[in-house]
Design a protein around this ligand. Structure first.
Ligand code: GAL
Length: 680
């Protein structure tokens, strides 16, 4: 063994420390006794002061137990799975060009709780962003011991030298390892707990064991359905004159319900038993329609504004369902029909959900003339369109501007016009248009590079005599929010694909903070489809989000005015899933005609507060606890931009919670939310 490092410079000290840590790891991995070797080493190397000092301070006095030896299936993270002795992408763990043979590779937002029961006396690691990110990503490592923060790395970027972690665990019951994103999003936040190990307590009984972060009971009350008739959903809808108009009035109350409307424009009629308004608008204009619903227990009225004009879709965010998050490639016509029927029978349509959208994998080969066909899973697309419309619901489809879709099926490249015509023939009302293989044929530079394919399809859709809501899916590239509306989009994905993990959810929430101001009626930021209920991309399982995380998910999508596309198995909704998807007070924030987006006014790794104004002069406020233990989250009127004495209502508890002045704060469960409405 050669010892070349001198203790004179900071750099050499760091290298010596690294070397020594790596050496201790190697020794332990080989099953040697670190103390005996250390004694031998000290004797032979009297001049290696740096290493010796390091050993005095750092060397384990008990046995070493690697972090990677705990059951890492308990670790939750933003993307991918945790890896033993590898980075999250499966490469050797490498931080600032130093390769580590042991450790855990993860991806922010990452949480791992380990029960110790006094089995360990300390924890050691070298932490940093993995070199595989090639310049991107930023992360913050934290170690919490029995609820107290004991290590915080600060924001770490690509090229930062690994930071040593040395945490005393004497007497500790549990330790929690967190990696938070260092900036808004979680893209490329590949984080390494390199050479990470516990030093075990002498005579320990048992070993450190990974555990689930305790999930607090969901903070909500599920009310009994009211027998009184009530009208929900969009307060304003638009359509192009002379094109098919379809709107099912969402209403609840003890059946049977009877529907009427006063002030409908000529050309529209309402079916009194289904509440379906159909026909077409006679000309451009604005109609203030009074909807009336009579039920067994009384009657109710509500205004619906109908706007006639070109490009007047999505005046509030679209609400509906999409097949991808539950079925992925396993979607077929039968499942689509069953989902539409379930939208009615589950009651979701009665709360405002109306789009039933097929995602990828419906496509068949093109005919000789270039017309797109369906594959055997979809024997009759036009029939499916008719079936969905007969329920007063709307029909969505999926394609890509590239030669193939993301799943490798034929897509619209150089067939845009023909495809728009096919969609119109099938009765399509919504198109999700996913960048995918367009990457290989894209031309131009700057914004044009990103916008061109969307503009081409916009022009194609404009030639058919149907309104088709146009949803861009290109994961936020080229700051789509800045030009999406000009390119003719009604909504655009802002991030990569969502999954049912806290890391994914909080990463997407964080990514919305700087872009809210680009939202507005007719053009919405789309943080992706919902992951509550049974989801699983072809292998359905109950959402892995905890109940409180699911409340945060729905609350924030409403605060953002995000499209609300349910992503689960509609035919198998648990009472909890149904309750969180049908809270009318929460959905009313999403459908608020002002179309504002929440602003984040408090932000640190443990808490966030968001506020947005509503059309009636009130404000919606979300208090988020992003930490892993219960915490009081507060906001002052100054932070919220409010004044005076304000009444407050807790929207998940369905309860007025008094009058407040100056500030408001509640204890919020871990990863949970308190969603409030404040008004004078
Ligand atoms: C992804 C898209 C997903 C889903 C999938 C289908 O690019 O973000 O939402 O549509 O393609 O292949």
């Amino acid at each position: 063994m050669t010892h070349k490092y001198k203790a004179h410079s900071k750099k050499n000290l760091r290298r010596a420390a690294l070397y020594a840590t790596a050496w201790t790891g190697a020794v332990a991995a080989l099953g040697f006794n670190a103390h005996a070797i250390k004694a031998d080493h000290a004797e032979k190397c009297a001049r290696c002061m740096a290493e010796d000092a390091y050993f005095e301070q750092q060397a384990p006095v008990g046995d070493r137990f690697d972090l990677s030896q705990v059951n890492l299936s308990y670790m939750t993270q933003g993307f991918g799975s945790p890896r033993t002795n590898q980075s999250v992408d499966g490469n050797p763990i490498t931080i600032d060009q130093v390769v580590y043979s042991t450790g855990v590779g993860t991806h922010a937002v990452s949480t791992l709780m380990v029960d110790l029961n006094k089995t360990a006396q300390s924890f050691h690691a070298m932490v940093g962003l993995d070199d595989e990110t090639k310049g991107k990503g930023k992360v913050v490592f934290q170690v919490w011991v029995d609820g107290h923060l004991r290590f915080d790395s600060g924001v770490m970027s690509y090229g930062d030298a690994a930071k040593p972690v040395d945490v005393n665990l004497a007497g500790a019951k549990s330790v929690t390892f967190l990696v938070n994103p260092g900036t808004a999003g979680i893209d490329f936040d590949h984080a390494d707990w390199a050479d990470a190990y516990f030093t075990l307590t002498p005579n320990h009984v048992g070993l450190p064991q990974a555990a689930s972060v305790p999930s607090a009971p969901p903070r909500l009350v599920i009310p009994k359905p009211s027998p009184l008739p009530e009208i929900h959903g969009a307060p304003i809808v638009g359509a192009t004159p002379h094109y098919p108009f379809l709107f099912r009035v969402p209403a609840t109350g003890m059946a049977p319900l009877y529907f009427h409307a006063k002030g409908l424009p000529a050309g529209l009629k309402i079916n009194s038993s289904t509440g379906i308004i159909s026909g077409s608008l006679p000309h451009n204009g604005r109609w203030n329609v009074t909807l009336i619903v009579n039920g067994r227990r009384g009657h109710t009225t509500r205004q619906l504004v109908i706007v006639g004009g070109k490009h007047k879709l999505a005046l509030t965010p679209p609400m509906g369902w999409n097949s991808w998050n539950v079925w992925a490639g396993a979607v077929d016509q039968q499942k689509m029909l069953a989902s539409a029927q379930a939208m009615i029978s589950s009651g979701l349509a009665a709360h405002g959900y109306q789009y039933v959208n097929i995602d990828d994998t419906w496509e068949g080969p093109r005919t000789k003339q270039g017309v797109i066909t369906t594959n055997q899973k979809f024997p009759n697309m036009a029939q499916l369109g008719r079936d969905i419309h007969s329920m007063g619901l709307k029909f969505g489809i999926y394609s890509s501007p590239g030669p193939t879709t993301c799943a490798g099926f034929p897509a619209s490249y150089r067939h845009e016009l023909q495809d728009a015509q096919s969609y119109a023939k099938w009765g399509v009302d919504y198109l999700k248009y996913d960048w995918c293989s367009y990457q290989n044929v894209a031309v131009g530079t700057g914004t044009e590079y990103y916008a061109l394919p969307y503009w081409v399809m916009r022009k194609s859709l404009d030639t058919v005599d149907r309104d088709i809501l146009f949803s861009f899916c290109q994961y936020g590239m080229g700051d789509v929010w800045k030009w999406g509306a000009r390119a003719g989009g009604n909504c655009w994905r802002t991030t990569g694909d969502i999954n049912d993990s806290w890391g994914s959810l909080i990463g997407i929430i964080n990514a919305q903070a700087p872009i809210g101001r680009y939202n507005g009626p007719g053009h919405w930021n789309d943080p992706d489809m919902l992951v509550v209920g049974d989801v699983g991309w072809g292998h359905p399982h109950p959402s892995r989000l905890t109940p409180n995380e699911q409340l945060t998910h729905i609350s924030m999508w409403c605060m953002f005015s995000a499209p609300l596309l349910v992503g689960c198995d509609m035919t198998n909704l648990s009472p909890f899933t149904k309750a969180i998807l049908t809270n009318d007070e929460v959905l009313a924030i999403n459908q608020d005609p002002l179309g504002e987006t929440a602003r984040r006014v408090v932000y640190n790794p443990q808490e966030q507060v968001w506020v947005r104004p509503l059309a009636d002069g009130s404000h919606a406020v979300a208090l988020l606890n992003t930490g892993f233990q219960p915490m009081k989250v507060m906001a002052t009127w100054k932070q919220l931009g409010l004044t005076g004495r304000l009444k407050a209502r807790d929207l998940w508890l369905h309860k007025d919670v008094g009058t407040h002045a100056g500030a408001i704060g509640y204890v919020v469960p871990p990863h949970g939310v308190v969603l409030l409405k404040l008004w004078r």
